[in-house]
Structure formats: structure tokens, C-alpha cells
Design a protein around this ligand. Structure first.
Ligand code: BGC
Ligand code: BGC
Length: 627
């Protein structure tokens, strides 16, 4: 026994040392082996009121910094439409920005990671070079939930490419009136089609395990948290006026607008966004019965409820007239996270004083924070708060563009083909002496992407990488077939040339939200003139690029063929694939096509249903390639 005292002494010291270290560092909430509920309880028990209210606060990236995150314990950041770190920012620039904010959040006493959200509503559409998929109205026409799930998977990867773990999608509105400016964000007027399309959630968040408890959010590693929006009745507002009032009885609300929420919750959706609109005169942002009573209690939704942008402000009119009341009404209705998004000090001060005065209870705050933490724990944000470049090469990659092209092909709806059934005009021959392409939307990538593309309102021209319809036509026809493009030709062009036929591409200009509200639903000028001039002189196929059915009946007799292409996104090649017969037409209308706007609203099943083309309409041709 050379030196027993020394070694025993050392051992004791070492043990003491470990015990002390463990005491300081072991916290149940940090231990991924603990059940999520244990971690939530442990963490909530450690949090001050300021830390809790910070978790409930979501701010816009333009007002965020590492210091703001740290000093106010901010729980979440978003990019509003078009809000990017720099024009044409690369994935590395996005990741650096997100990580910079995240480091601020991690530097707080408890180190709770923030969650960054973005509107990736048809691909990661704010991001330069991302794949932009067709808007939901076109996806509804595919009737293909598996395709939509694969789009969700691709979108998750492209969102992760920018270091972001959360998207405000899908919009599961059931648009009942095409005059609504957000109708293209809706898969269909038929809730059953919208319900099927909620499979996109399984793509975004990952396939939910069997026996998963209903209502509990599920987000697999490296997927993104989704957001079913806008709860509820957003697509049913009076005359399709955005953010307006949905007048409806219980049967209608639960039978038309609510069903997609049942499916989303079963599929494990992590978050739900509240609608700006009202139900029977009551603002949804203040609607305790529907948000807490129905969504949380009856449907057992256990993820978090997020407000819309300035959504609680709009509880009063004018908006922001009594912000303290807005905070009280919104949080007490059951909103867990508030998309403030700018004046966070005001939100934090008001919420704090309402809790101190017991106008908002501590149990309400704890419910909100538990739900936010549940999502963060579930998706592994505590374990992997910082992004790296490992997904950067997913952005706009070839496989995703191929998938978008497939979606475009399947979303096209053939509405007319020849003047008699045995005189079909499509498919078009690839070999022709000369083809005329015309129309405002033939060579405009921004227009074919629509709103929520690079900018909130969308844009015109070369907004990002992609293939215009004109380029697609050029690369599809034979080398010996000249393609002449003239946006709005006059008669002389047709007289001077021997065209075999014409393709006219017209439609709506890009828009988003209220700016898109429209009572006329006419195509952008000079579209009608272009159709008249070209189609009177030549046999023509008309392709309509629009977020909804538009006035077309007056021009129908002039054209040989009519194709609804919706808002196809960056992969215009999908349109040429089908026009020239490499693939067949399989799309079916996800909406009723009206004859004139004074019929609106008009949905399938209505007593006086008298459409130009009914819901479900869509002609087929065989896909064999003509000579
Ligand atoms: C949109 C945001 C957008 C902002 C622009 C909001 O209504 O949702 O995404 O950035 O308006 O003012
Ligand atoms: C829209 C939401 C969107 C949010 C954030 C709001 O204006 O209504 O759909 O998620 O802005 O951009």
C-alpha cells in the first residue's frame, strides 16, 4: 500500500467535482432522453414571466438582431413576404443570418432556441433560385395527394437549404368565391379535395408514426414544421372580400371549412394560424369558442396557435386602436404565439402588465409556452439549433425542378379541344412550317409564378431562375420549326407570315391577399384583343395563366383549344410537354368555371348551378405524339 490516502483523496475530490458539475449542468429539459412532457415541465418551472412572454413573441427579421433576441428572450422570427437578407441571397447568406439570430437566443440564461418561419407556400418561394411549384389551385386540379406529398418533401429540403425549420403552409382554405384575392392559395372549393391535399403536411413534416397520439405535433429530423392556415372560414367571406366576414351556420362551418383541420391534426400538423376574417361578425383572432373551445379542446390540437401578421391589431377597427385590448382578447382567445411583427416592446409590455393584473392568467401563459416548447422539443431544435450548409445544394436542384414540371403537367386542365369531338386540335405537331406565340404571359416568368414569388406581390419578368412558356415551346418543337414571338401582334404580322398555328398565353397579373380581390375577373389587357386578333387570323390554342377562373366565355368560339394552366411556377416546360403531346391531359377543375361574374358565388351543389365548366371538368386526349 504505497499511497492509499492520496488515491482515496483524489477519488473523493473527483467525485465531488463531478457532483458539482452535474448539479450545474444537468437539467432535465436539456436531456433528449427525457420524455417531451417532462422536458416542458422542467423548463417552464425555471422560466420567469419575461422569458415566457418572450417565447410567445414573433418578430420580423428586419427588426431582429442577436441582441434583441437575447435581451427580450424572443421565441421566434419570421421573414414576411419578400423579406430576404439581401437580393438574390445565397443559401450561405440565409444560414448566416438565421444562425446569427439563433446565437442571440442561445446566449440567454436558459438557452431556448428560437424558431424561424417563412411563407414557403409553393416551394421556398421568397428565395432566389428556389424551385417554385404551382400554386395550390393548380395542385388541386391534379387530384394527386402523393404528388403533393412529394412536393412537401422537396419544399422541406429547400427550406432547410436556407437554415429555416418552419413554413407557414399549407393554406387549407376552402375558397368558395373566386373574387377572393387568395383563391389561388386554396386547393379547391370542394373540402374533400382540400382534405386529400393535406398530405402535403406528411411531406413537409415527415410521415407520422402509427399509434402517434392524435393532436400531438410530429416533425421528423431535418423536416420542417408546417402551419395549417387560416383558421377558420377564410375562404368563405362575404363576396370573397379578403379578411371579411364569413356568414354561415354551424352546419356549414363544420361541414365545409373545418374538415381540412381534422385531417391536418390527424397528420400531426405542428401549428395553426388564425384567420384575419370573422365568423358571423366575430373576429377569429378574438374567438375563444373556436380557437380554444373547438380547435384545442374538441379537436385536441396540442401544437401552437399563431396569430396572423398584425392579426391581433386588427381585432379593433381601426387596427391598433386599442393594442392592450388586442393583446388581452387575442391571448385569452387562445393564441399562443403572436406574429407581432414589429413593435415587440409594446406587445411585451402590454402582455406583462395584463398578466400582472391577472387579466391574462398564468395558466393561459403556461399553456401557450408549453405548446411552443412542445413543437421546439419535438422537432429537435434544442439538439440542433444551428444550421449548416449540408442542405444548401437542395435549393432549386434538378430533381425538384423535374417534380415541379410533373406537377405543372398534371395541373393543366383542357377545357376545349376543337369545335367537334372528332376534330381535335391538341396535341400540337412538333414539326410545323412556322409557329406564332403571342400574349402577355408567354414570355414572363414572374407572371407565370404569380404572387408570393420572390416578392410578396410577385413580379414581372426574370425574377428568378426558371423556364418561360415561350422557352419551353422553343425547346420542344423540332429544330426546323421556327417560333415567332410577338406579345400583341397586329394583323400585318399574320398577313406577312405563313403560320401553321398560334399559341396565345394570357391571364392575370400577379397579386397577393387583398390586392387580388377582384369583382370583374377579366384577363389582363390587352389579352382579350390579342385573342381576338390572333385567333381570328389563325387556328389557335389559348393558355390561361391565372389564379382562378376568369371571364372567358365571350372568346371561346374564337379559339380551337383552351387550357387552364393556373399559376404554374418556374417550370414552364411542363406546359409544352402536354401541349405537344409528350404527355396527356389529366387535370380536372378544382373549381367551378363561371359564365359571368354575376353568377358568383356559385359552387357545385348549389341549387342554380349553371357553370361554363363544372367542378371536375377536364377533357382528355391520347398522348401519342402526332407526326
Ligand atoms: C404580408 C407580409 C408582407 C407584408 C408587407 C403582410 O400582410 O403577409 O408577408 O411582408 O404584408 O407589408
Ligand atoms: C398572411 C399569412 C402569412 C403572413 C406572414 C399574412 O399577411 O395572411 O398567410 O403567413 O402574412 O407573411
Amino acid at each position: 500500500m504505497a499511497c492509499p490516502n492520496v488515491s482515496w483523496g483524489c477519488l473523493l475530490l473527483l467525485l465531488l467535482c463531478f457532483a458539482w458539475m452535474g448539479d450545474a449542468e444537468y437539467a432535465k429539459y436539456k436531456d433528449p432522453k427525457q420524455p417531451v412532457n417532462t422536458r416542458i415541465k422542467d423548463l417552464i418551472g425555471r422560466m420567469t414571466l419575461a422569458e415566457k412572454i418572450g417565447q410567445m413573441t414573433q418578430i420580423e427579421r428586419s427588426v431582429a438582431s442577436a441582441d434583441v433576441m437575447k435581451n427580450y428572450f424572443i421565441g421566434s422570427i419570421l421573414s414576411g413576404g419578400g423579406s430576404v437578407p439581401a437580393p438574390q441571397a445565397t443559401p450561405a447568406m440565409w444560414i448566416n443570418m438565421v444562425n446569427e439570430f439563433q446565437k442571440g437566443a442561445l446566449a440567454t440564461r436558459l438557452g431556448i432556441p428560437m424558431i424561424y418561419g417563412i411563407d414557403a407556400v409553393h416551394g421556398n418561394n421568397n428565395v432566389y433560385n428556389a424551385t417554385i411549384f404551382p400554386h395550390n389551385v393548380g395542385l388541386g386540379a391534379t387530384r394527386d395527394p402523393d404528388l403533393v406529398k412529394r412536393i412537401g418533401e422537396a419544399t422541406a429540403l429547400e427550406v432547410r437549404a436556407t437554415g429555416i425549420p418552419y413554413t407557414f403552409a399549407p393554406c387549407i382554405a376552402v375558397c368558395r368565391d373566386p373574387r377572393w384575392g387568395r383563391c389561388y392559395e386554396s386547393y379547391s372549393e370542394d373540402h374533400k379535395i382540400v382534405q386529400q391535399m393535406t398530405d402535403i403536411i406528411l411531406g413537409l413534416q415527415g410521415e407520422i408514426p402509427v399509434n402517434h397520439t392524435k393532436g400531438v405535433p410530429y416533425v421528423a429530423k431535418n423536416k420542417v414544421a408546417a402551419c395549417a392556415k387560416h383558421f377558420v372560414g377564410d375562404g368563405g367571406t362575404h363576396n370573397g372580400i379578403n379578411e371579411n366576414n364569413t356568414i354561415i351556420d354551424e352546419h356549414g362551418l363544420l361541414g365545409i371549412h373545418m374538415p381540412p383541420y381534422y385531417d391536418s391534426i390527424i397528420k400531426g400538423v405542428a401549428t395553426v394560424m388564425v384567420s384575419y376574417s370573422s365568423v358571423n361578425g366575430e373576429k377569429m383572432h378574438a374567438n375563444h369558442d373556436l380557437v380554444t373551445g373547438y380547435l384545442k379542446s374538441k379537436l385536441h390540437f396540442r401544437g401552437f396557435v399563431i396569430s396572423d401578421w398584425l392579426g391581433i391589431d386588427r381585432i379593433t377597427s381601426p387596427a391598433g386602436a386599442n393594442y392592450t385590448y388586442s393583446v388581452q382578447a387575442g391571448v385569452n382567445a387562445g393564441i399562443d404565439m403572436v406574429m407581432v411583427p414589429f413593435n415587440y416592446t409594446e406587445f411585451i409590455e402590454d402582455a406583462t402588465s395584463l398578466v400582472n393584473k391577472r387579466i391574462i392568467s398564468m395558466s393561459r401563459i403556461d399553456d401557450a409556452v408549453s405548446r411552443i416548447l412542445r413543437v421546439k422539443f419535438t422537432m429537435g431544435l434544442f439538439e440542433n439549433p444551428l444550421a449548416d450548409l449540408s442542405f444548401a445544394d437542395q435549393l432549386g436542384k434538378k430533381e425538384h425542378r423535374e417534380l415541379a414540371r410533373e406537377a405543372v403537367r398534371k395541373s393543366l386542365v383542357l377545357l376545349k379541344n376543337g369545335n367537334t369531338p372528332n376534330q381535335q386540335f391538341l396535341p400540337l405537331p412538333k414539326k410545323a412550317s412556322k409557329i406564332l406565340v403571342a400574349g402577355s404571359h408567354a414570355s414572363n416568368l414572374g407572371y407565370q409564378c404569380g404572387g408570393w414569388s420572390i416578392q410578396w406581390m410577385g413580379g414581372s419578368g426574370d425574377i428568378t431562375a426558371g423556364t418561360t412558356i415561350l422557352d419551353a415551346i422553343k425547346s420542344t418543337v423540332g429544330d426546323a420549326t421556327p417560333v415567332v414571338y410577338s406579345e400583341n401582334p397586329d394583323d400585318s404580322l399574320m398577313k406577312k407570315n405563313e403560320f401553321s398555328f398560334a399559341i396565345v398565353v394570357v391571364g392575370e397579373p400577379p397579386y397577393a391577399e387583398t390586392v387580388g380581390d377582384n369583382t370583374d375577373l377579366t384577363i389582363l389587357d390587352p389579352g382579350p384583343d390579342t385573342i381576338r386578333t390572333v385567333c381570328s387570323a389563325l387556328k389557335c390554342a389559348v393558355v390561361v395563366v391565372s389564379g382562378r377562373p376568369v371571364v372567358i366565355e365571350p372568346y371561346l368560339p374564337l379559339m380551337e383549344a383552351l387550357v387552364a394552366a393556373w399559376l404554374p411556377g418556374t417550370e414552364g416546360q411542363g406546359i409544352a410537354d402536354v401541349l405537344f403531346g409528350d404527355y396527356g391531359f389529366t387535370g380536372k377543375l378544382s373549381r367551378t368555371w363561371f359564365k359571368s361574374v354575376d353568377q358568383l358565388p356559385m359552387n357545385f351543389g348549389d341549387p342554380h348551378y349553371d357553370p361554363l365548366f363544372p367542378l371536375g371538368f377536364g377533357l382528355a386526349i391520347n398522348s401519342s405524339q402526332p407526326g
